[in-house]
Design a binder for this molecule. Structure first.
Ligand code: NAG
Ligand code: NAG
Length: 486
């Protein structure tokens, strides 16, 4: 009986299109590579456990049960992108990448991690610009290059700051170059590579100009996009008082997509996220392609949208509800409509005149004499990083999540479903799950009367690029054992 049902759903796979099409950069916009519709990031930064929650054995995309729970709650929230900071290339990410892809959620990935050899040392960048560091960088690219829902890679996060050595910009631009050269040679598509900047207003314009200008003798060193971590809108601020108006003016002339790679000041609690209407409003969307709220889970610094109690229980915080209310007000047709003017922007040639703070107490580096690629790194670029695991999509099915979810008042939210979608997730399109005051004691979160033996019935399924199906290891058998049928 179950096998007949599974076989029927497997047959349906053949006609199920990939859930997400890759995005590409067109002028200062991200666009869908097929439809050319504009794409704006409606996202959340994803680092369960905080920056210390990462080890060689566990990163945010290696625990399928947690990814399934979070994908379902993110679908309900209405976001379309997550950013993941710390990844371990030797771990298997197939299940989580497939879950987020099927959920209609793109991923932006930082290539560094905080372990030894995993990052570029901002105080002496020449000591870590080496083959050891590139095992991490190219390892992440190998692991993720075949997932269609990878929006892009961050070559660095806030590496240029007050503590950074004067020459860091030339090393950072070299990392962009090496990553893009590696992708051009070793991946099937031109996955965009960008940089995520700290909101240091004095050097912000110099920073983007340094990355976005055209360098005739090294065209691949130009960044494809620019992320800004900004917390200047706190509480019920305004477009003017928050400084967002200034940012719009500053980035209006950018020639690559710019977005908030982190936002969501928590000086006033709870957060009400009124900045959402500004970020996606008519003025700002000419300069910005949306942003990502910091951050998904509640950690010691109290920026979370949800709180994980244990592996079986989570609470959606009041910030989750407040953010969702703001997202539900957005006019998605306008946000996703393309604009030819935005696409037809051209980069200036790199020149010293682009850098305004070239002199003074804290000068910004104003030459583009990029360091040469170390020989071993050049070899990796040419021949690929040896012995690096390469990820691939696996099949996932729609299902009710096994965890118990409570809202911030303590009421259980029942029937939260992870839904395999045929496109990008959008606000208010998947408001499954409803709060009930009944304190269900059955312990079962499955609502489907027709399901038997703890197995939910798939209502939809996705398989991608003919990838083989694998069973996901949920203890409750919430994933179909499709592999056994192939
Ligand atoms: C298109 O983009 C340009 C430049 O960003 C802007 O001036 C113009 O108002 C936009 N047009 C529409 C219809 O949004
Ligand atoms: C490339 O051009 C920049 C800017 O003109 C220059 O500083 C750099 O030395 C050049 N690099 C090479 C390898 O010629």
């Amino acid at each position: 009986m179950i096998y007949t049902r599974l076989f029927a759903s497997l047959c349906a796979l053949a006609s199920t299109a990939a859930a997400l099409t890759p995005l590409e950069v067109n002028g200062k916009d991200f666009v869908d590579s097929k439809t050319k519709d504009r794409f704006q990031i409606i996202g959340v930064d994803y680092q369960p456990g905080g920056s210390s929650g990462f080890t060689k054995k566990l990163d945010p995309l290696s625990d399928a049960d947690a990814c399934l729970r979070d994908a379902a709650l993110m679908q309900r929230l209405g976001i379309n992108t997550i950013r993941i900071y710390n990844l371990e290339p030797s771990l298997n990410h197939d299940e989580c990448a497939s879950i987020f892809n099927a959920a209609g959620i793109y991923m932006i990935l930082d290539v560094s991690n905080p372990l030894a050899g995993g990052y570029l040392d901002r105080s002496q960048p020449w000591t870590t610009y080496s083959a050891i560091y590139y095992k991490q960088v190219f390892g992440v690219i190998e692991g993720f290059k075949n997932y269609d829902n990878v929006l892009g890679f961050f070559a660095g996060n806030e590496v240029i700051n007050e503590d950074a050595h004067y020459v860091v910009p030339r090393y950072m631009r070299a990392v962009v170059r090496d990553m893009k050269d590696y992708i051009a040679k070793n991946a099937k598509r031109a996955i965009p590579v960008g940089y995520s900047a700290a909101d240091i207003r004095d050097i912000l314009m110099d920073t983007i100009h340094y990355f976005e200008c055209d360098l005739k003798n090294s065209t691949s060193s130009r960044a494809d996009f620019f992320g800004l971590n900004s917390y200047s809108w706190c509480g019920d601020a305004s477009y003017k008082t928050s400084g967002f108006e200034d940012l719009t003016g500053d980035f209006a002339d950018a020639t690559i997509p710019v977005f908030f790679s982190e936002y969501g000041c928590n000086e006033v609690k709870p957060r009400i996220f009124t900045e959402v209407q500004a970020i996606y409003g008519e003025e700002m969307t000419q300069a910005f392609s949306g942003g990502l709220v910091y951050e998904w889970t509640q950690e010691d610094n109290e920026y979370g949208l949800i709180k994980i109690k244990d592996s079986k229980t989570v609470t959606t915080l009041v910030d989750y509800d407040n953010f969702q209310k703001q997202l539900n007000k957005l006019d998605m047709d306008r946000i996703m409509s393309s604009n030819a003017t935005q696409a037809n922007v051209k980069a200036e040639e790199c020149s010293v005149s682009l850098i305004t703070r070239a002199k003074g107490s804290q000068p910004f580096y104003n030459a583009w004499d990029l360091p040469e690629v170390p020989p071993k790194v050049a070899d990796y670029i040419k021949n690929g990083l040896p012995d690096a695991p390469v990820g691939k999509f696996v099949s996932v099915s729609s299902t009710t999540i096994p965890q118990k979810v409570f809202d911030h008042t303590g009421k259980e939210i029942t029937n939260i479903k992870f839904e395999v979608k045929s496109g990008v997730n959008t606000p208010s399109s998947s408001n499954s799950g409803s709060s009930t005051s009944s304190s269900s004691s059955s312990g079962s979160s499955s609502s489907s009367g027709s399901s038997s033996s703890g197995t939910s019935t798939p209502t939809n399924a996705a398989s991608l690029n003919g990838a083989p199906s694998l069973a996901l290891g949920g203890a409750g058998g919430f994933f179909m054992l499709l592999a056994s049928l192939l």
